[in-house]
Design a binder for this molecule. Structure first.
Ligand SMILES: *Cc1c(COP(=O)(O)O)cnc(C)c1O
Length: 354
Protein backbone atom coordinates (compact mmCIF):
# COMPACT_ATOMS: atom_id res chain seq x y z
CA UNK A 1 0.00 0.00 0.00
CA UNK A 2 1.39 3.40 -0.97
CA UNK A 3 1.43 5.60 2.12
CA UNK A 4 0.30 9.20 2.09
CA UNK A 5 2.86 11.54 3.57
CA UNK A 6 0.92 14.77 4.04
CA UNK A 7 -0.63 14.05 7.41
CA UNK A 8 -0.22 11.65 10.29
CA UNK A 9 -2.57 9.98 12.72
CA UNK A 10 -1.18 9.74 16.24
CA UNK A 11 -2.56 7.11 18.61
CA UNK A 12 -2.07 7.05 22.34
CA UNK A 13 -1.80 3.42 23.45
CA UNK A 14 -1.61 4.13 27.17
CA UNK A 15 -4.94 5.97 26.97
CA UNK A 16 -6.31 2.95 25.07
CA UNK A 17 -5.42 0.75 28.05
CA UNK A 18 -6.86 3.34 30.41
CA UNK A 19 -10.16 3.31 28.49
CA UNK A 20 -10.31 -0.47 28.84
CA UNK A 21 -9.67 -0.24 32.59
CA UNK A 22 -12.45 2.35 32.90
CA UNK A 23 -14.91 0.18 30.98
CA UNK A 24 -13.96 -2.84 33.08
CA UNK A 25 -15.17 -0.96 36.14
CA UNK A 26 -18.71 -1.44 34.76
CA UNK A 27 -18.27 -5.22 34.62
CA UNK A 28 -18.65 -7.99 37.12
CA UNK A 29 -15.30 -9.43 38.07
CA UNK A 30 -15.66 -12.61 36.04
CA UNK A 31 -17.16 -11.02 32.91
CA UNK A 32 -14.81 -11.50 29.99
CA UNK A 33 -13.99 -8.84 27.42
CA UNK A 34 -13.98 -9.27 23.67
CA UNK A 35 -12.27 -6.31 22.07
CA UNK A 36 -13.86 -5.31 18.77
CA UNK A 37 -11.14 -4.38 16.28
CA UNK A 38 -13.12 -4.48 13.04
CA UNK A 39 -12.58 -1.76 10.40
CA UNK A 40 -8.89 -1.65 11.29
CA UNK A 41 -9.80 -1.03 14.92
CA UNK A 42 -12.14 1.82 13.94
CA UNK A 43 -9.28 3.39 12.00
CA UNK A 44 -6.72 3.07 14.79
CA UNK A 45 -4.80 0.11 13.34
CA UNK A 46 -5.98 -3.35 14.34
CA UNK A 47 -2.56 -4.99 14.67
CA UNK A 48 -1.19 -2.43 17.14
CA UNK A 49 -4.46 -2.10 19.04
CA UNK A 50 -4.87 -5.88 19.36
CA UNK A 51 -1.20 -6.32 20.28
CA UNK A 52 -1.54 -3.70 23.01
CA UNK A 53 -4.78 -5.09 24.42
CA UNK A 54 -4.04 -8.82 24.11
CA UNK A 55 -2.67 -9.28 27.65
CA UNK A 56 -5.73 -7.49 29.08
CA UNK A 57 -8.65 -8.98 27.13
CA UNK A 58 -10.05 -12.47 26.49
CA UNK A 59 -10.90 -12.36 22.80
CA UNK A 60 -11.12 -10.19 19.70
CA UNK A 61 -13.78 -9.62 17.09
CA UNK A 62 -13.44 -8.51 13.49
CA UNK A 63 -15.96 -8.25 10.70
CA UNK A 64 -14.09 -9.69 7.75
CA UNK A 65 -12.23 -13.01 7.78
CA UNK A 66 -9.20 -11.31 6.20
CA UNK A 67 -8.95 -8.99 9.18
CA UNK A 68 -8.74 -12.08 11.37
CA UNK A 69 -6.07 -13.68 9.17
CA UNK A 70 -4.03 -10.47 9.37
CA UNK A 71 -4.12 -10.58 13.18
CA UNK A 72 -3.04 -14.24 13.20
CA UNK A 73 -0.15 -13.42 10.87
CA UNK A 74 0.91 -10.75 13.34
CA UNK A 75 0.99 -13.30 16.18
CA UNK A 76 -2.28 -12.51 17.93
CA UNK A 77 -3.17 -15.82 19.59
CA UNK A 78 -6.36 -15.16 21.61
CA UNK A 79 -9.70 -16.28 20.14
CA UNK A 80 -10.95 -14.16 17.23
CA UNK A 81 -14.63 -14.10 16.34
CA UNK A 82 -15.51 -13.14 12.77
CA UNK A 83 -18.90 -11.42 12.51
CA UNK A 84 -19.44 -11.66 8.77
CA UNK A 85 -21.51 -14.28 6.98
CA UNK A 86 -19.22 -17.16 5.99
CA UNK A 87 -18.52 -17.29 2.28
CA UNK A 88 -17.98 -20.45 0.35
CA UNK A 89 -14.75 -19.13 -1.16
CA UNK A 90 -13.07 -18.47 2.19
CA UNK A 91 -14.83 -20.94 4.51
CA UNK A 92 -11.76 -23.21 4.75
CA UNK A 93 -9.69 -20.35 6.18
CA UNK A 94 -11.49 -20.30 9.55
CA UNK A 95 -9.94 -23.57 10.53
CA UNK A 96 -6.59 -22.93 8.90
CA UNK A 97 -6.17 -19.75 10.97
CA UNK A 98 -8.05 -20.87 14.05
CA UNK A 99 -10.76 -18.21 13.66
CA UNK A 100 -14.26 -18.54 15.08
CA UNK A 101 -16.97 -18.24 12.43
CA UNK A 102 -20.45 -16.83 12.89
CA UNK A 103 -23.34 -19.09 11.93
CA UNK A 104 -26.42 -16.97 11.38
CA UNK A 105 -28.40 -19.06 8.89
CA UNK A 106 -29.00 -22.73 8.24
CA UNK A 107 -26.90 -22.96 5.08
CA UNK A 108 -23.77 -21.86 6.96
CA UNK A 109 -23.60 -25.29 8.60
CA UNK A 110 -23.07 -26.76 5.14
CA UNK A 111 -20.46 -24.24 4.03
CA UNK A 112 -18.06 -24.60 6.96
CA UNK A 113 -15.57 -27.45 6.70
CA UNK A 114 -15.13 -30.10 9.41
CA UNK A 115 -13.45 -28.90 12.56
CA UNK A 116 -14.50 -25.23 12.29
CA UNK A 117 -15.50 -23.48 15.53
CA UNK A 118 -18.40 -21.06 15.48
CA UNK A 119 -20.75 -18.92 17.52
CA UNK A 120 -24.45 -18.75 16.70
CA UNK A 121 -25.95 -15.34 16.02
CA UNK A 122 -29.61 -14.61 16.87
CA UNK A 123 -31.48 -11.57 15.65
CA UNK A 124 -33.37 -10.42 18.75
CA UNK A 125 -34.25 -7.03 17.25
CA UNK A 126 -31.28 -5.59 15.41
CA UNK A 127 -32.87 -6.55 12.11
CA UNK A 128 -29.62 -7.55 10.52
CA UNK A 129 -27.92 -10.94 10.63
CA UNK A 130 -29.00 -13.90 12.71
CA UNK A 131 -31.56 -16.62 13.33
CA UNK A 132 -35.04 -15.71 14.45
CA UNK A 133 -35.44 -16.32 18.22
CA UNK A 134 -38.38 -18.58 17.44
CA UNK A 135 -36.04 -20.91 15.57
CA UNK A 136 -33.93 -21.58 18.67
CA UNK A 137 -35.11 -25.14 19.14
CA UNK A 138 -34.52 -26.03 15.50
CA UNK A 139 -31.09 -24.38 15.64
CA UNK A 140 -30.18 -26.52 18.64
CA UNK A 141 -31.08 -29.58 16.59
CA UNK A 142 -28.85 -28.35 13.78
CA UNK A 143 -25.99 -27.87 16.25
CA UNK A 144 -26.46 -31.45 17.44
CA UNK A 145 -26.68 -32.79 13.91
CA UNK A 146 -23.48 -31.04 12.89
CA UNK A 147 -21.01 -32.63 15.28
CA UNK A 148 -18.28 -32.09 12.70
CA UNK A 149 -18.36 -28.40 13.68
CA UNK A 150 -17.77 -26.96 17.15
CA UNK A 151 -20.31 -24.57 18.60
CA UNK A 152 -18.57 -22.55 21.33
CA UNK A 153 -20.93 -19.63 21.87
CA UNK A 154 -24.06 -17.71 21.02
CA UNK A 155 -24.65 -14.02 20.66
CA UNK A 156 -26.99 -11.26 19.64
CA UNK A 157 -26.68 -7.51 19.08
CA UNK A 158 -28.58 -4.54 20.54
CA UNK A 159 -30.14 -1.93 18.28
CA UNK A 160 -30.70 0.84 20.84
CA UNK A 161 -28.13 0.43 23.61
CA UNK A 162 -26.33 3.67 22.67
CA UNK A 163 -28.51 5.56 25.11
CA UNK A 164 -29.82 4.66 28.57
CA UNK A 165 -33.38 3.64 29.40
CA UNK A 166 -34.49 1.96 26.18
CA UNK A 167 -37.38 -0.53 26.49
CA UNK A 168 -36.16 -2.12 23.29
CA UNK A 169 -32.98 -3.18 25.09
CA UNK A 170 -35.07 -4.81 27.79
CA UNK A 171 -37.07 -6.67 25.18
CA UNK A 172 -33.97 -7.90 23.32
CA UNK A 173 -32.49 -8.94 26.64
CA UNK A 174 -35.61 -10.94 27.45
CA UNK A 175 -35.53 -12.71 24.09
CA UNK A 176 -31.83 -13.51 24.41
CA UNK A 177 -32.24 -14.88 27.93
CA UNK A 178 -34.92 -17.20 26.58
CA UNK A 179 -32.63 -18.43 23.83
CA UNK A 180 -29.70 -18.80 26.19
CA UNK A 181 -31.75 -21.07 28.45
CA UNK A 182 -32.27 -23.55 25.61
CA UNK A 183 -28.54 -24.03 24.95
CA UNK A 184 -25.90 -25.85 26.99
CA UNK A 185 -24.47 -23.78 29.85
CA UNK A 186 -20.85 -24.31 28.73
CA UNK A 187 -21.43 -22.12 25.70
CA UNK A 188 -20.25 -18.54 25.95
CA UNK A 189 -23.08 -15.98 25.60
CA UNK A 190 -22.69 -12.31 24.75
CA UNK A 191 -24.89 -9.45 23.63
CA UNK A 192 -23.54 -6.22 25.19
CA UNK A 193 -21.66 -3.60 23.18
CA UNK A 194 -20.12 -0.46 24.71
CA UNK A 195 -23.51 1.19 25.28
CA UNK A 196 -25.08 -1.83 26.98
CA UNK A 197 -21.97 -2.18 29.16
CA UNK A 198 -21.98 1.42 30.33
CA UNK A 199 -25.70 2.22 30.43
CA UNK A 200 -27.39 -1.06 31.42
CA UNK A 201 -26.91 -3.67 34.08
CA UNK A 202 -27.68 -7.39 33.78
CA UNK A 203 -26.82 -7.44 30.09
CA UNK A 204 -23.34 -8.87 30.45
CA UNK A 205 -23.87 -12.65 30.36
CA UNK A 206 -20.33 -14.02 30.42
CA UNK A 207 -18.69 -11.68 27.93
CA UNK A 208 -19.11 -8.17 26.50
CA UNK A 209 -18.00 -6.89 23.12
CA UNK A 210 -16.34 -3.51 23.48
CA UNK A 211 -15.68 -1.32 20.46
CA UNK A 212 -16.14 2.42 20.41
CA UNK A 213 -15.56 2.88 24.16
CA UNK A 214 -12.02 1.52 23.85
CA UNK A 215 -11.31 4.27 21.36
CA UNK A 216 -12.56 6.84 23.85
CA UNK A 217 -16.03 7.67 22.58
CA UNK A 218 -19.48 6.99 23.94
CA UNK A 219 -21.77 5.46 21.30
CA UNK A 220 -24.52 8.08 21.53
CA UNK A 221 -25.27 11.44 23.13
CA UNK A 222 -24.79 10.27 26.71
CA UNK A 223 -21.16 10.46 27.79
CA UNK A 224 -19.14 7.81 29.62
CA UNK A 225 -16.97 9.24 32.40
CA UNK A 226 -13.29 8.36 32.41
CA UNK A 227 -12.75 7.50 28.75
CA UNK A 228 -11.11 9.84 26.26
CA UNK A 229 -10.26 9.74 22.56
CA UNK A 230 -6.87 8.25 21.72
CA UNK A 231 -6.47 9.55 18.16
CA UNK A 232 -5.19 12.87 16.84
CA UNK A 233 -4.90 13.81 13.19
CA UNK A 234 -2.19 16.28 12.28
CA UNK A 235 -0.93 17.91 9.15
CA UNK A 236 0.96 21.06 8.21
CA UNK A 237 0.62 24.21 6.15
CA UNK A 238 2.16 23.69 2.73
CA UNK A 239 1.56 27.15 1.34
CA UNK A 240 0.59 30.52 2.80
CA UNK A 241 -0.31 33.47 0.64
CA UNK A 242 -1.91 36.86 0.97
CA UNK A 243 -5.44 37.26 -0.37
CA UNK A 244 -7.49 40.38 -0.95
CA UNK A 245 -10.81 41.23 0.61
CA UNK A 246 -13.57 39.57 -1.44
CA UNK A 247 -11.22 37.04 -3.05
CA UNK A 248 -12.96 33.71 -3.37
CA UNK A 249 -11.54 30.37 -2.29
CA UNK A 250 -11.98 26.88 -3.77
CA UNK A 251 -14.51 25.16 -6.07
CA UNK A 252 -17.74 26.97 -6.58
CA UNK A 253 -16.16 30.19 -5.34
CA UNK A 254 -18.57 29.99 -2.43
CA UNK A 255 -16.37 31.62 0.19
CA UNK A 256 -15.24 35.23 0.00
CA UNK A 257 -12.56 36.73 2.20
CA UNK A 258 -14.21 39.21 4.59
CA UNK A 259 -11.01 41.27 4.60
CA UNK A 260 -7.50 41.11 3.25
CA UNK A 261 -5.40 38.52 5.04
CA UNK A 262 -3.48 35.27 4.68
CA UNK A 263 -4.76 32.01 3.32
CA UNK A 264 -3.14 28.74 4.39
CA UNK A 265 -3.31 25.55 2.33
CA UNK A 266 -3.44 22.20 4.17
CA UNK A 267 -2.70 19.05 2.11
CA UNK A 268 -5.68 17.06 3.44
CA UNK A 269 -8.93 16.58 1.54
CA UNK A 270 -11.86 14.23 1.18
CA UNK A 271 -9.65 11.47 -0.20
CA UNK A 272 -7.95 11.49 3.20
CA UNK A 273 -11.27 11.27 5.02
CA UNK A 274 -11.93 14.95 5.62
CA UNK A 275 -15.50 14.80 4.47
CA UNK A 276 -16.55 17.32 1.86
CA UNK A 277 -19.77 17.91 3.76
CA UNK A 278 -17.61 19.45 6.52
CA UNK A 279 -16.68 22.32 4.19
CA UNK A 280 -16.91 25.62 6.10
CA UNK A 281 -17.95 23.73 9.24
CA UNK A 282 -14.58 22.99 10.82
CA UNK A 283 -11.87 24.84 12.63
CA UNK A 284 -8.24 23.77 12.97
CA UNK A 285 -5.57 24.57 15.52
CA UNK A 286 -2.31 26.24 14.50
CA UNK A 287 0.20 27.30 17.14
CA UNK A 288 -2.50 27.17 19.82
CA UNK A 289 -4.91 29.40 17.87
CA UNK A 290 -8.18 28.36 16.26
CA UNK A 291 -8.85 29.19 12.61
CA UNK A 292 -11.79 28.37 10.31
CA UNK A 293 -11.54 26.12 7.28
CA UNK A 294 -12.90 28.15 4.37
CA UNK A 295 -14.26 27.21 0.96
CA UNK A 296 -15.07 23.74 -0.26
CA UNK A 297 -12.90 20.83 0.90
CA UNK A 298 -11.23 19.45 -2.25
CA UNK A 299 -9.90 15.96 -2.94
CA UNK A 300 -6.40 16.62 -1.63
CA UNK A 301 -6.50 20.07 -0.01
CA UNK A 302 -8.45 22.30 2.29
CA UNK A 303 -7.88 25.98 3.07
CA UNK A 304 -7.73 27.98 6.26
CA UNK A 305 -8.15 31.73 6.71
CA UNK A 306 -5.39 33.06 8.94
CA UNK A 307 -6.44 36.72 9.11
CA UNK A 308 -3.39 38.91 9.65
CA UNK A 309 -1.29 36.09 11.05
CA UNK A 310 1.69 34.90 9.09
CA UNK A 311 3.16 31.39 9.28
CA UNK A 312 5.93 29.56 7.49
CA UNK A 313 5.37 26.48 5.32
CA UNK A 314 5.60 23.27 7.38
CA UNK A 315 3.90 24.88 10.39
CA UNK A 316 2.01 22.05 12.15
CA UNK A 317 -1.80 21.99 11.98
CA UNK A 318 -4.02 19.95 14.28
CA UNK A 319 -7.16 18.80 12.51
CA UNK A 320 -8.72 16.28 14.91
CA UNK A 321 -7.74 16.50 18.58
CA UNK A 322 -9.15 16.50 22.10
CA UNK A 323 -11.06 19.78 21.87
CA UNK A 324 -12.15 19.18 18.30
CA UNK A 325 -12.70 15.45 18.24
CA UNK A 326 -14.65 12.99 16.13
CA UNK A 327 -17.82 13.70 18.11
CA UNK A 328 -17.51 17.43 17.37
CA UNK A 329 -16.97 16.69 13.69
CA UNK A 330 -19.83 14.19 13.63
CA UNK A 331 -22.33 16.56 15.22
CA UNK A 332 -21.80 19.10 12.41
CA UNK A 333 -22.80 16.69 9.67
CA UNK A 334 -25.38 14.54 11.39
CA UNK A 335 -23.29 11.44 11.76
CA UNK A 336 -21.53 9.53 14.54
CA UNK A 337 -17.89 9.31 15.67
CA UNK A 338 -17.71 5.76 14.27
CA UNK A 339 -18.11 7.09 10.74
CA UNK A 340 -15.61 9.92 11.16
CA UNK A 341 -12.96 7.57 12.58
CA UNK A 342 -13.40 4.84 9.98
CA UNK A 343 -13.29 7.41 7.17
CA UNK A 344 -9.68 8.39 7.86
CA UNK A 345 -7.78 6.89 4.94
CA UNK A 346 -5.74 3.84 6.03
CA UNK A 347 -2.88 5.02 3.79
CA UNK A 348 -2.19 7.83 6.25
CA UNK A 349 0.62 6.65 8.55
CA UNK A 350 -0.37 5.81 12.12
CA UNK A 351 2.15 6.70 14.82
CA UNK A 352 1.87 5.09 18.20
CA UNK A 353 2.66 6.75 21.51
CA UNK A 354 3.29 4.32 24.34
C1 LIG B 1 -19.43 -3.21 16.05
C2 LIG B 1 -20.04 -4.25 16.90
C3 LIG B 1 -19.85 -4.24 18.29
C4 LIG B 1 -19.15 -3.11 19.02
O1 LIG B 1 -20.04 -2.04 19.20
P1 LIG B 1 -19.58 -0.69 19.94
O2 LIG B 1 -20.80 0.15 19.94
O3 LIG B 1 -18.50 -0.12 19.08
O4 LIG B 1 -19.08 -1.07 21.28
C5 LIG B 1 -20.33 -5.31 19.01
N1 LIG B 1 -20.99 -6.32 18.40
C6 LIG B 1 -21.22 -6.34 17.07
C7 LIG B 1 -21.97 -7.50 16.48
C8 LIG B 1 -20.78 -5.31 16.28
O5 LIG B 1 -21.02 -5.32 14.96
Amino acid sequence: MIQKSNSIVEINLSQLKQNLRTLRSYLDEDTRVMSVVKADAYGHGSVEVAGTLEPMVDAFAVNDIHEGIELRKQDITKPILVFEVPQKTTASQYRVHNLTATVSAKEHFDWLPNGTSYHLNFDTGMGRLGFDPEEAERVLTLVEENQNLFCTGLYSHFATADSPGSDFVTEQHRLFTNIRRQFPKELSAHIANTGATAFYSNEQYDMVRLGIGLYGYAPGKTGIDGISPILEWKSKLVQIKPINAQSTVSYGATWQAPAAGNLGVIPVGYDDGLKRSLSEELTVCIDGKIYPLVGTVTMNYCMVFLGDNQYKPETPVKLLYAKNNARDWASKINTIPYEILTSINPKIPREYIL
